[in-house]
Design a protein around this ligand. Structure first.
Ligand code: NAG
Ligand code: NAG
Length: 411
């Protein structure tokens, strides 16, 4: 019995375009992953890429057979597709998202690092190239430091250096046979950018009652906006949904904001896949006053633990059947699954000058709906056409303003 390990890595990076199939079978996966993460960390920020998880699982599924295969199909929600149709779906989803028109960049890259000297089924490699455009490269996992460095360089290269040091030498070793790496990079410019000179320091109230000073962006502009009810009776249970498109209007960010006095945790349980569609189809274009903190969220996820909770168990243990990868019975299993995600939201997506002082609020005369994200909120970056979810998360702790910043010393 060979103790063979397989390493699955997901790499991910953030900030614009997408298109797609009429309905997205990974929307359900997004929400289920979110609920698992939310249950795990009470006051932490969350960011992950459901699309990236879907792609990496797709690559594993390509090599899986028997119950290993069935578990993945069931957990992701491919039950209504004919066998294998999901690969075509995933290929279409990443094709439609990929764009590089200068202002808005989505890059999806998959790579298979194979142990030199081990036989892999050529059909598996062919399909990996066909559906996932996977780069295939051989390495020596016995040389764990050099190989970790090589993989990290690949990741860095595909995420404009936003994700570094994904792996350490300890993650690899002579029993490792294969590493699957998926990287998604996103950089988007808002269709309606915030003017940096309107950004001010502002108090953000966290759900534990404490306040922090953060940089708050401001604009009044045409966005998609709606008010929804969470079903509670207090003040009609109203919460706000603001959809802000990126350049090209194919991708947008939806910000979901509870009322000031309501902790985000009260709203989170109602979030479901079909609710994402409901928000998207019920928001209406109108003038809105938006206060949104600049934020940067970063997270490294242990996907192994998360996926096991969703019912994907076989591939991680002795019952794994990944025989389509090598042609050998029960030889491989997945030893590690990691995703690192990074998202930075700024006035335009690049650096800008920052003003200081307070925003003058005209609370007495509010002409337009006001979305004031000065307390925790939920966000989704998704394709406006297909509903494919590129990023999902929440901001509980925005970036705290550093007063050592020379601009603030000068003020
Ligand atoms: C993917 O795109 C091709 C060509 O556009 C189409 O024929 C196929 O039905 C699509 N597959 C899925 C699962 O949507
Ligand atoms: C980085 O990417 C460029 C272009 O995509 C490629 O030519 C180069 O070989 C890559 N380097 C590494 C270390 O993968």
């Amino acid at each position: 019995m060979l103790a063979v390990r397989l390493l699955l890595l997901l790499v991910l990076q953030a900030p614009c375009r997408a298109g797609g199939a009429p309905e997205d079978p990974t929307a359900e996966l997004s929400v289920r992953l979110y609920h698992q993460l939310q249950a795990g960390g009470a006051e932490d920020n969350i960011v992950f890429s459901p699309l990236s998880v879907g792609l990496a699982l797709g690559l594993v599924e390509l090599g899986a057979r028997g119950s290993s295969l069935e578990e993945i199909r069931r957990a992701v929600g491919y039950g209504h597709l004919t066998a294998g149709e999901e690969f075509s779906f995933l290929r279409n989803a990443s094709r439609e998202l990929e764009a590089d028109d200068g202002r808005c960049v989505v890059r999806v890259a998959n790579s298979l690092f194979l142990q030199v000297g081990v036989h892999f089924d050529p059909e598996f490699l062919r399909l990996a190239r066909k559906y996932f455009k996977a780069d295939v490269e051989t390495v020596d996992f016995g040389e764990s430091a050099a190989t970790a460095q090589r993989i990290n360089a690949w990741v860095e290269n595909h995420t404009e250096s936003k994700i570094r040091d994904l792996l350490s030498a300890d993650d690899l070793g002579s029993p490792t046979r294969l590493a699957l790496v998926n990287a998604v990079y996103f950089r988007g410019s808002w269709k309606n950018q915030f003017r940096p000179e309107n950004t001010r320091t502002f108090s953000f109230s966290r759900d534990d009652g404490t306040e922090v000073q953060t940089l708050m962006m401001y604009q009044q502009g045409d966005f998609y906006y709606g008010e929804f009810s969470d079903g509670s009776t207090e003040a009609g249970g109203v919460y706000q949904v603001l959809e802000m498109p990126y350049e090209g209007e194919e991708l947008s960010m939806m910000v979901v904001l509870p009322r000031q006095e309501v902790p985000l945790a009260t709203l989170e349980p109602i979030i479901q896949a079909q609710l994402l569609d409901e928000w998207a189809s019920n928001v209406k274009k109108q003038k809105v006053e938006v206060y949104l903190p600049r934020f940067k969220v970063e997270q490294k996820l242990d996907l192994k633990e998360l996926l096991q909770k969703l019912g994907i168990k076989d591939i991680f243990g002795k019952d794994a059947d990944l025989s389509a990868m090598t042609g050998e019975e029960k030889e491989l299993f997945v030893s590690k699954a990691v995703q690192k995600a990074y998202l930075e939201v700024t006035e335009e997506g690049a650096e800008g000058a920052v003003g200081s002082g307070m925003i003058a609020l005209t609370r007495t005369l509010v002409l337009y709906p006001q979305v004031m994200a000065d307390h925790p909120f939920f966000f989704v970056i998704r394709s406006r056409k297909s509903g494919s979810v590129l990023f999902m998360g929440r901001v509980m702790n925005p970036e705290v303003v550093e007063y050592s910043d020379p601009e603030f010393e000068a003020a």
